[in-house]
Ligand binder design. Structure first.
Ligand code: MG
Length: 387
């Protein structure tokens, strides 16, 4: 019996007044989505992320920096949460008795104990839905102005996610709801609609859902993970000098008898810079983001990859303060090209040229750089939390 998660990540962020999906907002230097994925580490056998089409490239960029124990698939959501979850269930290749947890990506602080109790309840009873007893007095109103009644709250529970069920039971219930146009706001309602009993498990007051911008500092407090104000990173790269290749450094095509060998344009300086930026944000390295086994990066301009890396850093909630790059090459002379290098980098990162420094040095003919066999580059950068 395997365990899977369908992660509903399709929100639009309209209630957040954010111009992006709230799953990309950062809590303690990590996007909400990443935190939600990591909640299930070592607990499940696979995950389907259901999201809007336009969010898929960004999500695919975030995944390589995670080393999770389970495979992750991405599938397109529908026009409602209910449709999205159904798409996610249909994308799963699960056995009837496998367990599926449906979780809202915006609940990125779900405690382990809550998740484990849901799993345990699924194994024993076929379902598990976390709830907390309602503590506030509940009133009804027909027009939003005058109270029409007070509800006995002793039987009321606020329901959270993850909600867990046997795969076949949940999929059949969702298909029935779709066929009969039954609209539900959570997964348990769909199962209840089929007259199947649903087990309550213990929720947690810390299992909040990010719906408003005000929720972000609360989430940070729950996770005790405030984002550091500044972060530092370093990068280092080497490429071999060979015949019949262009010499591209910081996006400048430099006339020389040799060029750097590599899968992309082998721009050693930009590779060092990208590693410094990704490293500062703890997002892995360029090998993970742009694998050289991937055909689409063959011969690609590293300026394009730099744009992508800068975007990943921004997604993680940071912006560049400054970067300093040293290119180590015995020949050719690089000084005349440095202003264009700085301009290329600041254009790609969308920052002021004054934030970028590029320097070149030789090694007094020592080592591989000194013998002209290759060129190396080092970079450091400082990031600050976005205001
Ligand atoms: Mg490289």
């Amino acid at each position: 019996m395997k365990k899977y998660v369908v992660l509903a990540a399709g929100g639009s962020g309209t209630r957040m007044q954010a111009n992006e999906n709230k799953i990309f907002l950062c809590v303690g230097n990590r996007p909400v989505l990443v935190r939600s994925i990591l909640l299930f580490e070592r607990l499940i056998d696979g995950m389907v992320i259901v999201c809007r089409e336009e969010d898929q490239p960004r999500i695919r960029n975030l995944l390589p920096s995670l080393s999770v124990s389970f495979p992750i698939w991405i599938t397109a959501g529908g026009s409602t949460r209910q449709m999205s979850v159904l798409n996610g269930l249909r994308a799963l290749r699960a056995e009837d008795d496998d367990i599926v947890l449906v979780h809202d990506a915006a609940r990125c602080a779900a405690p382990q104990a809550v998740i484990e109790e849901v799993l345990d309840s699924c194994i024993r009873f076929g379902s598990g839905v976390p709830g907390i007893p309602a503590v506030s007095t509940m009133k009804t109103s027909d027009d939003g102005r005058v109270v029409s009644g007070t509800v006995d709250r002793s039987h009321l529970y606020e329901i959270q996610t993850p909600q867990g069920f046997r795969f076949r039971m949940l999929l059949d219930a969702y298909c029935k709801a779709e066929a009969e146009e039954f609209i539900a706001t959570d997964d348990a309602s769909v199962v209840e609609y089929c007259n199947i009993p649903v087990r309550l498990t213990s929720g947690s007051r810390n299992n909040i859902k990010i719906t408003e911008k005000e929720d972000l500092p609360i989430m940070e407090a729950i996770l005790q993970a405030p984002s550091p104000a500044v972060r530092i990173g370093m990068g280092y790269d080497v490429h071999q000098l060979v015949e019949n290749r262009k010499l591209i450094l910081c996006g400048v095509d430099i006339p020389y008898s040799l060029g750097l060998l590599g899968h992309s344009d082998a721009d050693v300086a930009l590779h060092a810079l990208m590693d410094a930026m990704l490293g500062a944000a703890a997002l892995g390295d360029i090998g993970a983001h742009f694998p050289d086994s991937d055909k689409k990066y063959e011969g690609i301009s590293s300026l394009v990859l730099l744009q992508e890396s800068a975007r990943c850093v921004r997604d993680a909630g940071y912006e560049l303060v400054n970067a300093d790059i040293t290119i180590v090459a015995q020949r050719p002379k690089l000084a005349p090209y440095i202003p264009q290098m700085v301009q290329n980098i600041s254009d790609a990162i969308q920052c002021d040229p004054l934030q970028i420094s590029v320097k070149a040095t030789t090694t007094e003919r020592l080592g591989f750089e000194g013998r002209g066999e290759g060129i190396s580059a080092q970079a450091v950068c400082l990031l600050q939390k976005k205001g």
